[in-house]
Design a protein around this ligand. Sequence first.
Ligand SMILES: Nc1ncnc2c1ncn2[C@@H]1O[C@H](COP(=O)(O)OP(=O)(O)OP(=O)(O)O)[C@@H](O)[C@H]1O
Ligand SMILES: [Zn+2]
Length: 654
Amino acid sequence: MTLSLVHSSYSAFVRSQVFFRLFPAFGGPLLKRLNPWIIVLLVLGLYLMLSNIPGSGRYTVNYNEFKDLLGQGQVERVVVAEGNAQVTLKAPRTVTVSTAQGDVERENVRDVVVRLPGSAATPDQSLLTELERQNVNFKFNAPSQWGAILFNFLPILLLIGMMYFFFMRAQGGQSGVMQFGQSRAKKYGKENRVPTKFTDVAGHEEAKRELVEVVDFLKNPAKYHQIGAEIPKGVLLVGPPGTGKTLLARAIAGEADVPFFSVSASEFMEMFVGVGASRVRTLFEDARKSAPAIMFIDEIDSIGRKRGAGIGGGHDEREQTLNQILSEMDGFDKTSSVIVLGATNRPDVLDPALLRPGRFDRQVTIDLPNLKEREAILKVHLRNKPLGEGVDVPEIAKSTPYFSGADLKNVTNEAALEAARLSKTKIDMSDFYRALDKITLGLENGSLTISDQEKKAIAYHEAGHAVTAAVIPGSDKLQKVSIIPRGRALGAAFYLPEEQVLMSKERLENQLVVALGGRAAEEVFMGNVTSGAADDFRKATNIARKMVLEWGMGENFKNMALTTDSGPVFLGEDMAKPKMFSEHTSQLVDEDVKRILNHAYDRALTIVTEYKQAMHDVAEALLSQELITGDVVREAVARVGGAAQPQPAPTPTT
Ligand SMILES: Nc1ncnc2c1ncn2[C@@H]1O[C@H](COP(=O)(O)OP(=O)(O)OP(=O)(O)O)[C@@H](O)[C@H]1O
Ligand SMILES: [Zn+2]
């Protein structure tokens, strides 16, 4: 359980992590795969079903019952096939039939099936004699071609088929026999003309300027060929999820009016080695046929990771697929005008071979949008939505730091849904606020029962964050504080972080004080501490470790970095990377981290004690109103401190 969700502005990295966590759905398209195994299973299932149904829709009777019926002269017709006899009675009557629940009487039965005793497909002699004597219409069907093949040879055929299948995969899927891979690649590579234009992509002006060249080449390839200019074969779009990489790729195709082939690299990943490579081949063939064209490969890092880094399964397949892409790109002759656009958010893990000249030798960075760009993106997505008076788009942009384009689109959509839910005809500012709360924190958790004592603890905890944030000069501006439980969080303080690329040591230390302010308040005002600060500690420790390990801010390690690689580590790579420092060094690191955290915690304790009255005021306001604005906190602090502490320069808000 977390008592608070302090999304103050740690480092850009920490922040992006938070948002990736909050928006897992933006990780990429959901793939619907039809796995070859499913087909095998279906066939097997069908086989089992067919071989189990003796005669569809008929009751089954046991052999003795049949003999009785025959003895009574009730049987009109018998057809024997594969050890079963399909029996038609002279008239409908009540018979004892076998069911899963045992023998039961059934009325009005005329057609039944009898499973003949023994494994023989031929009925015994005495039965034949009796049938003949009664002059029953009797037919003995030798197992039909069909039945015989299906029931006796199918398993063998399946086995041979699968061996063949695996064998071909192992061969690297040479074309001609790769029906599986080929037909599916066609389906994945959607070839279509797209109406998307650059005007649909807000912001990214820099990227657009670079990509105009690509558009021009696709429009007039002759111009470039004639003068001997070589145009990039591959352009890598690099940026976090949801920032519009796919959108830009489509816009290029749309602007140039050329076919757009798109595929997500993870779709190449199959259980069978070689399928991916074969799909790549087919896809490129198709694209070349309709050149000039754009081929877009999303999530290229999923196959383009450094070779040899992976551990375990799927790794051969990945390498083969990657090799195929590389050789296809090399295979483009200078006159073929297919441009491959790849998208990734992990360029650092890509195989260097992908980035060599003649392949993805150009990189275009697609970053998270800044304030102005967010406003522009919001406007794009609000184009067709009716807005009420007083909707302040710049204000929404300000409240959505580090949101990606996809996140912003989601905000506009959620706001529209909120408005519709209240049967409004226009979207108001309040709808946007509710949408934002919902998105950043999850739904209000009304089912949670919280005791009064717990509520008090939460209120003081949040007050601790809020008051320290208001007291420390230059902290992120506190926007609001709430103790309404939402999702996993029991309470939260919201800040409007100033977007900064560089974090000073002082600023980081201040953030640590605010992060630990919650626990400090618990200790001072509740007399005991709770488990609610777990998340705060995780975040604080994360920052402190980075300060020591990466940013050279530790006392033992002034001005040196102990890691060479930042960012989330890939499983394979991490396992392969030897530990960079000794046991002794680790101890020194821990010392430094501890010192930084302790210092911050002491400062937090001092502040909440010094601003005792403000703490009480804020906690009480929270307990009675559940949600208060940053102004309430700032006023409470000002009443205590007067001019003792300089206030943060307020960023203009309405
Ligand atoms: N700059 C932008 N302008 C307008 N809309 C945007 C922008 N960026 C993202 N969007 C919206 O977000 C949606 C998702 O973006 P898109 O799929 O292009 O992101 P992506 O970078 O390809 O993400 P991923 O890496 O997850 O595939 C787009 O369909 C678009 O509606
Ligand atoms: Zn907290």
